[in-house]
Ligand binder design. Structure first.
Ligand SMILES: Cc1ncc(COP(=O)(O)O)c(C=O)c1O
Length: 342
């Protein structure tokens, strides 16, 4: 059982430094053995590649404490693979998948006291990241890298938890065609800071980005993929080369089809067809499945029938089934759960 003096049920989504982080350095063409360290601070050159040219990437996943006391992670192999692909696109040396999984095991086990109790609604968020560390001044990749993972206990990403959020269509784009929208690079998030602050100042939780080439198709928000439900109960989700392949979304598609018997379609979604959908949700590790009640588009509001009070019925079933799998009350598909031995 957790022995930290924290009000677990009222945690927000914020960083709390925990006891240990896992660190491995890439120098002279290879990764070192890696180790757990206690120091949460990093020191580097003022001309480090990450500071000058933003050569950085990250992942986000969660560990859960089950009712029987077991500690598990949800599909960490997919995070390992996505970080591998991301690193290749950024000319960074990929961190091997098996080493990634071992690092997650070690850092979660070392911080076991920080894993929120079963039933508290909080989880342990795991943040692996990697950056180019040595000094560069010409535009080129670094030669030396740090792979580091810290963990921090978190509550819901959106204030209000499972109550629906309002989105707006921004005047900014998220990702260029053939750009970096499909990888988890820090640069994608740097550019979203201004639009998301603007959204917050206008009273919206997030931006719903359209495709930058034509601005007619739905892409995703700054930190989550989107799902829609048709009036016939079909799950529709945008297909695009410039959105992040969300592990939560991929899991929801499976759950919808194999646990709930829904028809599932991944296809281009025109923004003009959005008013015909009856439910909308944001999905991601942090967002889990956050229902959307309203989308604002330049003076026009699209309101989903469930409104701003509660999730729609299918969104709720998907949420209950997915979180049931994550917290051990619903049987998981083969290979989705990795137990961490403490
Ligand atoms: C831009 C973006 N899309 C989607 C997601 C959801 O991905 P996942 O379900 O793998 O957490 C995230 C969060 O990781 C994200 O940052």
């Amino acid at each position: 059982m957790s022995n930290k003096n924290i009000d677990w049920s009222n945690l927000g989504f914020a960083y709390i430094a925990t006891d240990y982080r896992y660190v491995s350095y890439f120098t002279e063409g290879k990764w070192d053995d890696g180790a757990l360290v206690k120091d949460p601070e990093i020191t580097m050159s003022e001309s480090a590649c990450v500071l000058q040219y933003n050569q950085s990437c990250f992942e986000g996943l969660k560990a859960y404490r089950w009712e029987d006391g077991r500690i598990v992670m949800f599909r960490p192999d997919l995070n390992a693979e996505r970080m591998y692909t991301t690193a290749q696109r950024l000319e960074m040396p990929p961190f091997p998948v098996e080493r990634f999984l071992d690092a997650m095991d070690q850092v979660v086990a070392a911080n076991a006291d920080w894993i929120p109790p079963y039933g508290s609604g909080a989880t342990l968020y795991i943040r692996p990241f990697m950056y180019g560390k040595n000094a560069v001044i010409g535009v080129k990749p670094a030669d030396e890298y740090e792979f580091r993972t810290f963990v921090t206990p978190v509550g819901p990403y959106f204030k209000g938890g499972a109550t629906p959020v309002a989105l707006r269509i921004p005047d900014f784009d998220r990702a260029a065609p053939r750009g970096t929208g499909n990888i988890k690079a820090g640069l994608n998030y740097a550019m979203s800071l201004h639009p998301v602050m603007e959204a917050h100042r206008e009273g919206y939780a997030e931006n719903l980005y359209l495709d930058p080439a034509t601005r007619t198709k739905v892409e995703e928000t700054g930190g989550a993929n989107v799902i829609f439900i048709t009036k016939d109960g079909e799950l529709v989700t945008p297909k695009s080369d410039s959105i992040l392949p969300s592990i939560t979304r991929r899991s929801i598609l499976y759950v919808a089809e194999h646990y709930l018997g829904l028809k599932v379609t991944e296809r281009e979604v025109l923004f003009e067809e959005v008013p015909e959908f009856v439910e909308c949700g944001l999905c991601g590790t942090a967002a889990v499945i956050s229902p959307v009640g309203r989308i604002h588009d330049h003076g026009r509001d699209i309101c989903f029938p469930n409104g701003m009070e509660q999730p729609g019925p299918i969104t709720k079933k998907l949420y209950d089934t997915l979180t049931g799998i994550q917290n051990g009350s619903v049987e998981a598909p083969e290979g989705w759960i990795r137990e961490v031995k403490i």
